[in-house]
Structures are given as C-alpha cells and as structure tokens.
Design a protein around this ligand. Structure first.
Ligand code: AOF
Ligand code: ZN
Length: 344
C-alpha cells in the first residue's frame, strides 16, 4: 500500500514538470484510516503552494490518517508557511516520506516526530531520487544539471557525411523529444546545427554556442523564446537575444564557463541537442543521456557519429555508462543512460 501511494505521489509530482524549477517536483496523497484516498495534491508552479498544503487544504481537521509525500515536508518559512505546521494542525497521524530533503534549511521529520506523528522514510527512495535528480544536483553541487539528447542509426550515426539527417527517428520518438525538452529549463545547440538544419526548437529558453557569431539572426531558432548566444566577441542585449562574451580554450568556447554561467542565470537544467563534436565534448559534463536508436544502418564509415571527440586504441579507454531504461517508441527505442565515471 505504501509503495502504491508513493507511486501515485510521483505521478502527481510529474504533473508539475516544466513549472516548478528551481524548486522540486512534489506530489502528495492523503488517506483515511481505511486506506481510502481522500485528497491529492501537487506542487504546480514555482512560488505556489507546496504539494502537502495543496492536498491538506482539501480536507477538514481529523479526516486524514496518513499523508504520503515523495519529499520530506518542509519546516521553514519560505514563500509559504511550513508544511509541517499544517500537517500537525490537520491532525494527521502518520506521514510516509519518499526521501529526505537535501535542502539544508529543511528538517521536517524531527518536527513531525516531536508532535507525536509516526513517520516512515525511504519508500521508493530510488524512484523519488530520480524524479528530483535535477533539484538534488542543484542543491548539493550548486551546478546546472546537464543532459544530452541524440538520435542515431544502429551504427551510431546522426547524419551522412554531407549532413543529411531528416529523419532518422520516426514520429513517436520525435514527439517524445518534445516531452523531454519540456522538463528542462533550457535547451542548447551549436552554430553548426543552426546553420545545417535551421531548426525551430521551440522552448522558453535557448542557448546557442556560436563562437564567431556565424548564425543568421533570421534563422528560425531566433524567432521565439529567451535566447543566450555564447560567443567570443560581444556582451550585448538585442531584443530577446542576450549575447554573452565567453572565453575560448583551444579554439573552442569554454564549456566550463558556459555551464557556470547557466547556473548564475538561474538555469537549473539544460538539454543539449548538438552534433557529434559538441555532444562529445559535453559528455564530460553530462549527468544523463537520452539516446534514440532507429532500426537503420548507414554502413558508412564517413557518416557523422553521435559522440566524436577522441581517438583511443584500447577498449579499456572507453567511458562507461549505466543503462537506466529502454523504452519503445515504435519503430525506434530510447536508451536512457547515466555516466559511471566522467573520465572522458
Ligand atoms: C516546493 N514544493 O511541494 C515542497 C517543497 O521556495 P519555497 O519557500 O517554497 O521553499 C522551497 C523548498 O521547500 C524546496 O527547496 C524544498 O526543500 C521544500 N519543499 N518545495 O517547492 C513542494 N514540498
Ligand atoms: Zn513545504
């Protein structure tokens, strides 16, 4: 029962995807003493009620028995009063928590226990941690969460040698890409991709790495959203476009600088969608990779690879990953993987 309702909290929390950053995704379920669900809630948007309050406001004092929530309830006065206070006020008897809050200003468990509430921690903990992987990295490391998305043939190619890439994956995979993008604060691409494909990439925030300012400002990507162009020439603001002067290392934009700047700008997560060169360089910083595979083989050694950035002689020099999931978006698959070591 605990797992079933925690799973429900996770599903509710996901309804807030794309709206809660820099705050976490949180869902809440309240049951009566017969294990019937009497209210649910979730954190809908940054600054609005926390999940627990959203659910508790729907019940009367004494009606609820157990409250399930995927993240430890807060005990601090932030944008809203502490959730622990309203849990105590509504006379909840048991609280079941998915994971402790990595935020140092939160320690709700002790407060709940002191009020005589029975508390269980760690139900579906791994799933809860995955749900808030961005928030956890932001809080613990004070860094932007970096993900890469690529779409390749079975032989790992993203385009032919002349740049033809439309379309490797099918409709369903491309729809999934839109859902993935929505979870990220910003998406990032390079001048090479803008010039080669002239993509629209609709999103609220877009990052373009364009060292020499080679892209045409009339390209589709500039038509919508808040845009940051990292380049070696100028710091300037023109309409919706912020030009950010960036140090260059070995003839390339310093990614170190870019990711630090993104965090300063309040961009808590970024999805990179570039060619093999930049994807390769970015692997060193990547926390997660979304890799779509289409059932096609180019068979062409000169076709462009998805991660193209080093020469190795031994297989032991590969970087290693852990595959987290395999999903079908017929006829393609999506592999999601995490780095085991970042020694690229
Ligand atoms: C949320 N939503 O449902 C829960 C949160 O910015 P504040 O003042 O609203 O506080 C945010 C902190 O509250 C957040 O970092 C997290 O530690 C805790 N819990 N936050 O935005 C929620 N339960
Ligand atoms: Zn709270």
């Amino acid at each position: 029962m605990q797992q079933k309702y925690m799973q429900k909290c996770i599903e509710l929390a996901k309804l807030g995807e794309g709206g809660t950053s820099p705050n976490p995704l949180v869902g809440c379920v309240i049951t009566d003493e017969f294990d019937n669900v009497i209210a649910t809630g979730y954190h809908k948007k940054y600054g609005e009620n926390h999940a627990e309050r959203d659910a508790l406001l729907k019940i009367n004092k004494g009606d609820g028995d157990t409250l399930y929530v995927n993240l430890e309830p807060c005990s601090h006065f932030g944008k809203t009063p502490p959730c622990t206070d309203i849990i105590i006020e509504k006379d909840i008897k048991h609280v079941v928590v998915g994971m402790l809050d990595p935020n140092p200003s939160v320690s709700g468990i002790d407060k709940l226990k002191a009020a005589g509430i029975d508390v269980t921690v760690g139900v579906l903990e791994d799933e809860c941690k995955k749900l808030n992987e961005v928030f956890i990295k932001n809080i613990k490391e004070k860094k932007t969460f970096v993900a890469i998305k690529t779409a390749t043939t079975l032989d790992g190619k993203i385009a032919t040698s002349s740049g033809s890439s439309k379309w490797i994956t099918g409709e369903k995979a491309r729809e999934e890409v839109h859902r993935i993008r929505r979870r990220y604060d910003a998406i990032m691409t390079s001048s090479t991709t803008v010039i080669a494909d002239n993509p629209k990439m609709e999103h609220k925030k877009k990052i373009i790495l364009d060292r020499e300012l080679k892209t045409d400002l009339k390209s589709q990507i500039y038509k919508q959203g808040e845009i940051y162009v990292f380049n070696e020439k100028e710091d300037d603001l023109e309409g919706n476009i912020n030009f950010i002067k960036t140090p260059v290392k070995d003839g390339k934009i310093s990614l170190e600088f870019v990711f630090e700047k993104l965090y300063e700008l309040g961009i808590m997560s970024v999805l990179i969608e570039c060619g093999g060169k930049l994807n390769g360089k970015a692997l060193k910083y990547a926390d997660k990779i979304y890799h779509f595979l289409a059932p096609k083989i180019t068979g062409d050694n000169s076709a462009k690879s998805c991660f193209d950035y080093k020469k190795i002689t031994k297989i032991s020099e590969c970087t290693n990953y852990k595959i987290d999931s395999v999903e079908f978006f017929d006829p393609d698959i999506l592999l999601t993987y995490y780095p085991i070591d970042k020694n690229t």
